[in-house]
Structure formats: C-alpha cells, structure tokens
Design a protein around this ligand. Structure first.
Ligand code: NAD
Length: 483
C-alpha cells in the first residue's frame, strides 16, 4: 500500500471517538503501510497532557481493541503522536499549533499535506473552521478536513457551517463522515442491487410494495441527556444514517463507480424527494418518548432533560421519491431508544401475486446490518407431507473468519480520506436536501408544540416503540415486518 505523507490534526484528541475509533483505526492503517514513515498526528484538547501521555493513551487504545499486537510496532506507531494543549476558542493557540505542524512537516517530510479531523462537540466546528482559515493553518500540499456529525442543527446552521468550512477547503476536500457508510452491509446495498438480475429486475414499484428501515437502540440517553434534549431522534439518526440508507436503496444505477458518478446519481434522485407538508407530517409521522420502569427512568426524568421536554426519543415516518427505480414506493423508517434489542435492518417487502395455491407469503428481502451482517430472501415451496406452502429463508452470510476480517467503519472511511475517495461521504447538496426534509418535519412539530397540543406517543421501554407507529402505513395490508 502507498505510504501517504501527511500531518493529521485531531481536534478532540482526548475524546471518546479518538480513543475508541480513530487511534485503533489509524494503527491498522499504519500496519498496512498506508501511513508509515512520513506521518505525524497532533492530538489537541484542553487538558494539559504531554506528548508522552498522549502516546500512552494511544497505546492503551490499541491494546483495548486488539487481541495480539507487536509491542515494538505499537511503540513505533505511538512515537508519531504529539499533543498540543489547545482551547479551540483561543486564537493564539492556533499560532502554536501551526508552528508545531510546520516543524513536524519538516521532520517527517510530509510534503505540506494536512488532514484536519473535527472530533469534538459540534458547537465548536464553526469556530475551528474559522480559525483554520484566519490563522492560515492549511499547508502547501493537500488539505482535507473530516467533519463529524451532526453537520448543523437545521438547514440554516448547516449552511453557515458550510460557509465557514468552504472558506478554507474545496467541496472535494471536505469529508462529511457518516460511519454507517463504512459498514459492511451498507456497502453491500449497491452491489446487491446492481449485480443480481434476480434483484435488479424486481427493483421497482411494480414488484416492491414498500421498504422498511429500522435503527433500534437498546440504550436510553444515558449521560447524554443534555445534548440529546436539543437534538432528538429525527436529527440524531434520520438526518444522516437513515437518509443515507434510503438514498442507497433508491438511487438509480450510476454510470460507473467513481465518486463523481455515484454522487451525481444520488443528487439526481434527491431532487425528487418529496418534502412532507404539515398535514402529511401529522398523518405519516409518529414521535414518541420512552416511559420508565422499575429499573429505568422515563425520558423526562433523565438527568439534564427538561421535565416538560417535547424532544422525541423515537420517530417513525414515511417518505417517497417521484423519480428513480422505486418512484412512488413508500419507504417507512423508524428509530429510537430503548427498543427491545439493538438492531439495524432493512426489509424490502414484495407484492403478493395471485397463484393457484391460495395463501402464500410475500417474498421479502432483508438486509441485517447490525449486530449481524446478512441478507436473506424468504421464498415459498411446498410442504413435504401435507398440502400447503411453507416458507424458508435463503441466506447470504459470512463465516466467522470472514467477519473477523471486516474492518471497522471508521478504518474504512479513514482509509478513503487518505486516498482521497469521497464516494462514501456526504456531499453538501445531499446534506442540504436531507435538512430540507428534516426541517419540514421539525417545523410541523414545532407548530403543534406552540399550539399546546403536541401528539407525543409514550412507549414502554425495551419493546418495539409506540403502537401508534402501526398506523402510518398506506394500506391495511401493510405492517412492520420486524416485530
Ligand atoms: P467527547 O466529549 O468524548 O470529546 C470531546 C473532545 O473535545 C475532548 O477531547 C475534549 O477535551 C475536547 N474539547 C472540549 N471543549 C474543548 C475546547 N473548548 N477546546 C479544545 N478542546 C475541547 O466527544 P466524542 O464522543 O469523542 O465525540 C466527538 C464528535 O464525534 C462529536 O461530533 C460526535 O457527534 C461524533 N461522534 C462520536 C462517536 C463516538 O463513538 N464517540 C460516534 C459518532 C460520531
């Protein structure tokens, strides 16, 4: 693999994301030789750490995620890490940071290549982008920036943030990361759709009755109540992960697999995304909050949550496109906290056909994304020793050994940033469209809140969310496949 020269600056170097995901992923890429002799990482955060302390943290992060490691390799890798105590709101700190980056660029012959990673609370993204620009932190080689979610809080704030970032970076150099796009089964959606005549030929409203996407979380808001109460399930999960999945399911076949062609196809599709009216929001969306149990808090009683909060911990909704292969097909989605289990799955429900055997199950295609990775198709056949039809699943799955080789989403996506492949990142025009949709729903809910009669369904913890979500289907013959 190519050895890419680069100085990487991580804003939020003492944080959870850096520790659990970025450091282990970078180590794996180092082991593969993608970054090796000519790279250095500057971790920044407010705490007064030393270079040595950061290196210990990096080493711990690798030991926590790897069963067996060569200690010399870990040591050699960690020696590329430097710590800079840095308050992102203090302009002078950017001057020191720039000096360190330049020194390291010389020491490691990084050819002026810079990679900035915003791995901290989103309210700081704009400030960091502004100071990267006014303190001229960019180098003389390539300059790329990775921005974590959420990118904005609504369309207006996303536009503002985008303006601040594009002051220093071209659209092609901005990597808006959504780790769902690095997941094995999400990356399998396009190959599954476009290489199997069996699937490709039925991918239309003629055969598909509806599509259902579920992103279920088992946990409640835990320690994140303060942040979550300003966000909610729609902004936290639908605006990014669910819309990325919807887009991959509905996109027309791109002319080739280049990043430009894939994004062009997605953008063409998204023009035809139907933005719901307030009446449609009322009819097609359900928001909910979890109740407490003997052992758990109700959402409104969680620490740092407003006791009168209208923030949803659950949302179910419907969307459609007017163009593309599945134009007109209803796409239902739901996500929330305190479901019965953690699960991400996609169900493609096919229409029934008339047949001489009478009752037969519809063929469904299910993509399980988490915690298992598999695709299965339900098919019908005859029962062996009695009249009637039985159904079985045909499964496409991986062996344990294969699964062990699947890289973490972050490792995949960081690899893509280093090799400058933006296929699996969110383009601004896509993000903008997602926010237009989310804002329409949020505005409708806000109006309901202001009128004093918000419909917020309450649901019991560790089940399947509120029963009201069973009523968003277009026809009485539709229901949630995963129950
Ligand atoms: P975190 O709270 O653990 O870390 C935040 C970091 O920012 C810390 O290093 C902290 O010291 C630093 N910081 C805070 N205020 C600062 C200031 N004024 N100046 C300089 N540094 C400051 O957060 P996290 O969980 O690592 O999340 C970071 C980002 O990654 C967020 O945008 C989050 O949405 C996103 N993300 C995190 C995860 C995850 O698994 N943790 C997953 C997906 C996305």
């Amino acid at each position: 693999m190519k050895n890419i020269p680069v100085i990487m600056i991580i804003f939020g170097g003492s944080g959870d994301l850096a520790h659990r995901k970025l450091y282990p992923s970078l180590f794996n890429l180092y082991e593969q030789g993608l970054i090796h002799d000519n790279f250095a990482v500057i971790g920044t955060a407010r705490r007064p750490w030393s270079h040595e302390y950061l290196r210990e943290q990096v080493s711990d992060a690798i030991h926590e995620t790897h069963d067996q490691v060569d200690e010399n390799e870990v040591k050699a890798f960690a020696s590329h890490f430097y710590y800079q105590s840095h308050d992102v709101t203090n302009v002078e700190h950017y001057v020191t940071l720039k000096k360190l980056a330049q020194e390291l660029d010389d020491r490691y012959s990084a050819q002026g290549n810079c990679l900035f990673y915003m791995a901290m609370a989103p309210r700081f993204f704009g400030t960091i982008a502004t100071h990267i620009n006014d303190q001229h932190l960019t180098g003389s080689g390539f300059n790329r920036i990775v921005v974590e979610k959420p990118f904005g809080h609504d369309l207006v704030s996303a536009e503002q943030l985008n303006k601040e970032i594009t002051a220093s970076f071209d659209e092609n150099d901005i990597f808006r990361i959504d780790h769902y796009l690095g997941k094995e089964m999400i990356q399998n959606i396009m190959p599954m759709r476009f290489t199997n005549p069996l699937i490709k030929n039925i991918w239309s409203g003629e055969y598909i009755k509806n599509i259902q996407i579920t992103l279920a979380e088992r946990l409640g808001v835990e320690a994140r109540g303060g942040y979550y109460d300003t966000s909610g399930a729609l902004r936290d999960m639908v605006q990014n992960h669910i819309f990325q999945i919807i887009t991959l399911l509905a996109v027309p076949e791109p002319k080739d697999l280049s990043s430009d062609s894939v994004h062009q196809a997605k953008q063409e599709l998204l023009k035809s995304l139907i933005i719901p009216t307030p009446e449609e929001v009322k009819k097609n969306f359900v928001r909910g909050q979890y109740l407490g149990s003997d052992t758990t808090f109700a959402y409104k009683k969680e620490p740092n949550v407003d006791p009168d909060s209208t923030t949803e911990t659950y949302v179910a909704g419907k969307t459609k496109f007017t163009s593309g292969p599945i134009a007109g097909v209803p796409i239902y989605f739901r996500t929330g906290k305190e479901f019965k289990e953690k699960k991400t799955r996609i169900d493609i429900v096919l229409k029934h056909i008339n047949n001489p055997y009478g009752q037969a199950h519809s063929n469904n295609i299910t993509i399980e994304v988490d915690p298992e990775s598999k695709i299965y198709i339900t098919i019908n056949g005859k029962k062996i020793d009695e009249p009637g039809i039985r159904r079985e699943d045909l499964t496409y799955a991986f062996s344990k050994e294969e699964m062990a080789k699947v890289p973490d989403g972050y490792e995949r996506l960081l690899h893509d940033v280093f090799v400058n492949d933006s296929t699996n990142f969110t383009h601004w025009s896509e993000l903008k469209r997602y926010w237009e949709f989310i804002d329409a729903v949020e505005d409708a809910w806000q109006k309901e809140n202001e009128a004093g009669n918000p419909e917020i369904a309450q649901y019991l913890p560790y089940r399947m969310g509120p029963k009201e979500a069973d009523n968003i289907f277009e026809s009485p013959t539709e229901h949630w496949i995963y129950e």
